[in-house]
Design a protein around this ligand. Structure first.
Ligand SMILES: [Zn+2]
Length: 455
């Protein structure tokens, strides 16, 4: 049994140390996207290693060819189940003009922790670490490992290489990913699915250079107009329905029960519109909005270039145009198959269009039922006093699919960020409410896993 009183006092007593460690971490500007920060990235890895070693974990910085991975943990007994907690310690850039204070100067405003990376994902990483420390101090029969990546914000280019180092990053029995956001404060949300992504550039060259429309127009082909025609055959601009033949063939629709669970998440269409500054949406019904952003595929047009973009009008017929598109994918679509469908379709509509594939991520679908999920439910209830809603995320976390492919084990999500925390936005923060509830949740989760054993 978990001694609640003792756990509560452990959490309370950990607060000064937690705040100190989080402050030190936030003050290292580990911006993986900024190549001039490679020294800070190294410093981040060393600091992380030092934290785990300070809690008597065995830890190593694993080289990957890119920024390293920090891997370490405690072995209670070889016969005990092993769980790996995944977090990332690299952060988004912080150049937005809206920052009210220096983004890499940590400020603790009575339990509100300001700074870039506080909620994504340094705060949750440390929260899980304190939960683990409690479990290990209790001597519960479980092996806990941490896997801290430093390239998540740039799409995890070397993560798969790192995982091949089996001796330092062994295959666990299950994984918890702690890098997701609740839908509303006070309503714990546990995602079990992520959308994938496939990007493409459609390029059409019909001439060596731009020509004058008064001299050549009428006879000259217009690549911008032709690409707009192609785009129009790919997607219904009003409804969002993708028109590429075969595109929906592999799509697994969410069940009624899944949609019902989405509705428990506290999602609010008005707040969603406000948060993203939308004047209107394609649909109004909350269930339909959630179905679309979490469990339906999309075809988006991000840009169309070519011709003239300056002031007024310049009457050119462009010689070249480019359309930038991407598709969010859902289970069981694959980037390869969807790219093949797109290519076939585009070449039928306009054989002169050349296509370049850009970035591909597989969708992910974990389970929202079963013994691990029951453990998550009980742990979240113990930590936050409420049952979690099971939802999906519309975005992609590349490392999740990589772990699933490499290890073929259950992957669960215990995220601790809130929508108001400023994830990937200015004035990011984390707070003690989420940290203390999270420490209790993690401690309980480790207890649940220990009780379940290796069965
Ligand atoms: Zn993150």
């Amino acid at each position: 049994m978990v001694n609640e009183r003792q756990l509560r006092s452990f959490v309370k007593g950990s607060r000064p140390r937690f705040e100190d460690l989080l402050g030190q971490m936030v003050e290292v500007p580990s911006i993986s996207m900024d190549s001039s920060r490679s020294g800070d990235m190294r410093r981040m890895a060393d600091l992380a290693k030092q934290y785990l070693a300070g809690m008597n974990a065995k830890v190593q910085v694993v080289e990957t060819g890119g920024y390293p991975i920090v891997s370490g943990g405690w072995i209670t007994g070889p016969e005990c189940p092993t769980v790996t907690i995944y977090n990332h310690l690299d952060v988004q850039p912080a150049q937005e003009p809206e920052w009210k204070h220096a983004p890499f100067a940590f400020r603790n405003d009575r339990g509100i922790y300001h700074g870039r990376g506080a909620t994504d994902d340094k705060g949750p990483a440390l929260t899980a670490m304190f939960g683990a420390r409690y479990a290990i101090e209790q001597g519960w029969p479980i092996n806990i490992r941490f896997l801290w990546e430093l390239e998540e914000e740039i799409g995890s280019p070397h993560f798969a290489t790192g995982l091949r180092n089996h001796s330092v990053i062994p295959r666990p029995d299950s994984v918890v990913v702690s890098d997701t956001i609740w839908i509303a404060k006070g309503r714990p949300a546990v995602p079990y699915g992520l959308r994938g992504l496939l990007g493409a550039r459609l390029i059409l060259r019909t001439g060596e250079k731009d020509a004058h429309s008064g001299v050549t127009g009428g006879a000259a082909r217009n690549p911008l107009a032709e690409l707009m025609e192609v785009a129009n055959t790919c997607v219904d601009a009003r409804t969002g329905r993708v028109k590429i033949p075969g595109f929906y063939d592999d799509v697994v629709e969410p069940t009624i029960n899944e949609i019902k669970d989405f509705l428990k998440s506290g999602f609010d269409v008005r707040r969603f519109k406000e948060a993203y500054g939308f004047r209107s949406l394609r649909v109004k019904d909350p269930a339909e909005v959630m179905r679309r952003i979490w469990s339906a595929p999309t075809f988006e047009i991000h840009g169309l270039s070519g011709g003239y973009h300056g002031q007024g009008i310049k009457t050119v017929v462009p010689g070249r145009a480019e359309l930038k598109v991407s598709m969010r994918l859902v289970p069981n679509q694959t980037p390869e198959r969807v790219f093949a469908l797109l290519k076939k379709h585009v070449s039928r509509v306009n054989p002169s269009v050349k296509m370049e594939r850009e970035g591909a991520l597989y969708p992910f679908k974990g389970s929202f039922a079963g013994s691990y999920v029951d453990c998550v439910k009980r742990a979240v209830r113990a930590g936050f006093g409420k049952d979690p809603a099971f939802v999906r995320e519309g975005g992609s976390i590349g490392a999740v699919v990589t772990m699933q492919k490499a290890w073929k084990i259950p992957i669960l999500f215990i995220g601790l960020s809130l929508p108001e925390h400023g994830y990937h936005a200015p004035n990011e923060y984390y707070d003690w409410g989420q940290a203390s509830g999270g420490m209790k949740t993690f401690a309980h989760y480790f207890w649940e896993l220990a009780k379940m054993g290796t069965a």
